[in-house]
Design a protein around this ligand. Structure first.
Ligand code: MN
Length: 248
């Protein structure tokens, strides 16, 4: 019976993690450790500056008060699994996509990055959709990916970023291996003011979109496929390494 360590960045109360937990429970034991609040965009932050409290929600289900997804994976592994590796770390299902450069901000993807650092195969799941997400339907598709991955295994230094279109299963065209795409929007800063007239600032997206290049994560979900992008911890730019070797 496989053992899963599950986290997310939307908080333990989110529909996405509940739906994925239910599907994973039909396959094996699921240790769930998730933040107590929505920490979307927190990235790979690990809390070193203060101690943290953990609260039990249910059987094999905990929340870390103020903890990030990376903290949650850490506690799941060291506290609740006693340092015994689960078969798979799963993260999500995130409410909203994690495509292109946005994965560098993603707490969802960072949860799986932490799993990989601990030497565990890991998969992040996100919903390509913003409204009326049918997480139960998406969790069934996520389960199919989990079953495939449990069967194939995963190369060293690899974790997967999976984005699932918000569609009924029979309308999903299939599973596509993709590369990380590029987004086409920029952040901008809104200047607001508080009731006393002092300035407030809010980072927001100027317009929403990605470059629709064939073979990318965005291309796949845009065309109704589940996008599966293999990622790695090694961030070395090997082409640039050669480029600099010829010049430096
Ligand atoms: Mn999120």
């Amino acid at each position: 019976m496989p053992v899963f360590l599950l986290t997310n960045d939307d908080g333990y109360f989110s529909e996405g993690i509940k739906a994925l937990r239910e599907e994973l429970k039909s396959l094996g034991r699921v240790i769930t450790v998730a933040p107590d609040r929505n920490l979307s965009g927190v990235g790979h932050s690990l809390t070193f500056s203060q101690p943290l409290r953990i609260r039990r929600i249910d059987e094999d289900f905990w929340t870390v008060i103020g903890g990030t997804p990376a903290d949650c994976v850490h506690f799941g592994y060291y506290l609740f699994l006693d340092g015994k590796k689960p078969d798979l770390v799963c993260s999500g299902i995130n409410e909203g996509p994690n495509l292109g450069e946005d994965i560098t901000y993603s707490g969802t993807v960072s949860g799986t990055m932490e799993g990989r650092i601990l030497g565990i195969p890991s998969v992040a799941f996100s919903a390509f959709g913003r409204e009326d997400i049918d997480f139960r339907e998406l969790a069934k598709t996520a389960k199919e990916v989990v079953l495939k991955v449990l069967d194939t295994g995963m190369p060293e230094d690899t974790y997967l970023n999976v984005n699932i279109p918000n569609l009924p299963r029979d309308q999903i065209k299939g599973f596509m291996l993709t590369r990380q795409g590029r987004r086409a929007y920029r952040e901008k800063v809104l200047k607001l003011s508080d009731p006393s007239g002092r300035p407030l600032y809010w980072i927001t997206a100027e317009e929403f979109g990605w470059h629709l290049e064939e073979g990318t994560d965005y291309w796949a979900v845009y065309h109704g496929y589940v996008s599966i992008t293999p990622l790695q911890l090694d961030l070395t730019n090997y082409r640039a390494l050669e480029w600099f070797r010829e010049r430096l």
